[in-house]
Design a protein around this ligand. Structure first.
Ligand code: ADP
Ligand code: MG
Length: 265
């Protein structure tokens, strides 16, 4: 059974309130980069996070990913407050709840695609059972890499590497996948392919996604768009404007101004 729905508590999957993040606290170069954000993501939602370079998208994703601690605020996963947990508990939470896809695939170069996709099971369970290895094979086949399982990352194209990374993020069927510019390094057709793959896995597994993208075409294909500007959420709803659905967002703000493709940050 899919852990995204198994025994799930009612209410949102994740809920963040009043999130502040300050770097270099107490030093002359102290800087607050997130200024009290609140939002939640439901089970099975596919959400884009957009905004200019330096607006705090990666910082926010790292906080949601339990890779970084917030300075103030509340973060509940399935109703449980996680801000007070110690590092060991956070690691367990991360392994049970979250999958990650980064801009650069972060696959281990000396290992085959199949070995890379079995790593999350090794990390979480301390070993790789035959059933886990079989499942990893099935997931790689599902992402169209049935014939490339024995290849190392260096022998694969950029799009194929990212499909391995998506397989690795989803192999343990986490309820939430966080993706930071997963297509930022790909040409348009590979980018579409990887995005469509995430969309398909989202439908098949009811996985929630929070996806940072600079690409308004991709944001327009998400269920909901959060827009961050200077550490503040300025929009939460559908993407408005030419690339979007042409509807005002749920905050009625009329949505985001035109954006251009920028370097991924
Ligand atoms: N480890 C850090 N120490 C200090 N400042 C940081 C650190 N990480 C990010 N920042 C600053 O926080 C702001 C937001 O960065 P980031 O979250 O990477 O934005 P984005 O992903 O939207 O481009 C930027 O001004 C950046 O310079
Ligand atoms: Mg970034």
């Amino acid at each position: 059974m899919n852990p995204a729905t198994a025994g799930a508590a009612p209410g949102p999957l994740i809920a963040l309130e009043g999130v502040r993040k300050c770097y270099n606290r107490g030093l002359p170069n102290e800087a607050e980069v997130l200024h009290g954000l609140s939002f939640s993501v439901d089970r099975g939602e596919f959400v884009a996070l957009i905004g200019p370079s330096g607006s705090g998208k990666s910082t926010l994703l790292n906080i949601v990913g339990l890779l970084e601690r917030m300075t103030a605020g509340s973060y509940r996963i399935d109703g449980e407050e996680v801000t007070g947990l110690d590092d060991a508990a956070l690691t367990l939470r991360r392994r049970s709840t979250l999958g990650f896809v980064f801009q650069f695939h972060h696959l281990l170069p000396a290992f085959s695609a199949l070995e890379n996709v079995t790593l999350p099971a090794l990390m979480r369970e301390g070993r790789i059972t035959p059933a886990r290895r079989e499942h990893a094979r099935a997931v790689l086949a599902a992402v169209g890499l049935g014939d490339a399982m024995g290849k190392r990352p260096g022998e694969l194209s950029g799009g194929m590497q990212q499909r391995v990374a998506v397989a690795r993020a989803l192999v343990l069927e986490p309820p939430l996948v966080l993706a930071d510019e997963p297509t930022g390094n790909l040409d348009t057709s590979s980018s579409d392919e990887v995005f469509s793959l995430m969309r398909r896995m989202h439908v098949e597994l009811n996985t929630s996604f929070l996806l940072v993208t600079h690409d308004p075409r991709l944001a327009a294909r998400c269920d909901r768009v959060l827009e961050l500007v200077d550490g503040q959420l300025v929009h939460d709803g559908l993407l408005a404007g030419p690339a979007g659905h042409g509807k005002a967002g749920r905050d009625g703000a009329g949505g985001a101004p035109g954006r251009t493709e920028g370097p991924a940050t």
